[in-house]
Design a protein around this ligand. Sequence first.
Ligand code: HEC
Length: 463
Amino acid sequence: MRKLLAFSAVWMTLAIAAQSTWAEPAGKTFTKDVAPILFKNCVACHRPGEVAPMSLLDYETVRPWAKSIRKAVLSRKMPPWFADPAFGAFANDPRLSDQEISTIKAWVDGGSPEGDPRDLPPKPAFVEGWKLGKPDIVIDIGQDFAVAPGNDAYEYFTVPTNFTEGKWIRAAEILPGNRQVVHHVHVSLVMENNKVDGADSKTTAFRTQTGQFWEVKVGLSRVRLDAPVVDDACANAPTELQNLSGFEEGSFTAMLPGKAPDVFGDKTPKWIPAGAKLRFQVHYAKVETPQTDRTRVGFYLASRPPERPMRRFDLRNRYFLIPAGAANHEVKRCYEFESDKLLVSITPHMHYRGKDARYELVRPNGRRETLLYVSPYNFEWQLLYRFREPIYVEKGSRMIVTFHYDNSPNHRGNPDPTQVVRWGDRSEDEMMTSWIEYLDAGPSSFSRQTVTETAARARPAGP
Ligand code: HEC
């Protein structure tokens, strides 16, 4: 009996082995095995006219890159993603599965054959320009702006929405008029009386900063070298300094290098009140020759008013000082939750010298957890990290944000390790910012009346 069992086990193993060999007689091919992976995970960027250097849509254009592709996926350099997998689970995590990686590896190791053209899946369809498809409403900066050669510049454009009634926005996409010069864009809401939905707007963050500790050149502000220094704003920080506790309200939508357009969701859209104006802050990069730009924002309307609108709180420490040559300079900022919130996403922001970013939460019962650890931080990829499920945070919890900066000569891309670096708009200066999307988890602070009035009127409207 025993013998028989052993025998049948061996036979079964053989049968299974034989079966899988029959299933894949000729190894992995482009058309059958690899193209589906590339179409799903790579071609959003790797196609003509997009950010990546080569198209991965056709065998002819993929084949010369086979070895690089193998290397880029094995090292997980591609698709770009910088959250340490030890912490948190993210809805927009683009990383390939181990299975997908081994398929690509096997295909390259097997000589990268094309395979049967009939196996090729249909190429994904893209709407040129707008990644999210045709917007319901498009608003531009109101002029063909002439970008002068020379320096980085921040330019501000305030334009009316002409909305006669408020609108719920499920997604927003900023389309640069001229990709060669537009480095990043923030679009904020401005009301005549500087109020949004009855609350004092706190969106001063995206204005030119002024005051005794600041200097301003061509719209670019920076903290003076002799301003007070606070690297650890979690310790007792001087209260006369701006916004080292509490939060600032975020911009409405942003375009940053490597970041996907903002999708707030049909169930948790953002609100633009009637009469609001849009304020574009456009960072124009240094160019050699004169250029023009007409940047636009596209809005996608939600189908109905939400129970909880999407909001954003921003945390900044503007008063750090990174010594020349410092290889691992730590800067901190804390935030005490003054109400219950559901955290939706986090976007850390530094410039060239950014090294890593850690977000920790200390609950009222003292439990400490890491929500997100971005390491290494990469200025070319300013990604948003959206939690798989919103994280419930009760009032009285504390968020601890810890960034490190590498101002040593070893840091690739460090513009000048001999400089002492402080906060400033230029990419050669630094920032310590976090943009955090959230929903109110307590009784909604959003005016019930507005919601009901809007409910009565809400229906998608044309441009
Ligand atoms: C979000 C946009 C984006 C996605 C998604 C993406 N790439 Fe890239 N890829 C880029 C950009 C931009 C570059 C050039 C800059 C760089 O190397 O970081 C690049 C570079 C590369 C390179 C050259 C790497 C090198 O070391 O020179 C390879 C190979 C590559 N990508 C393969 C892939 C593959 C395979 C996928 C999908 C599994 C993928 N990429 C997904 C944007 C993207």
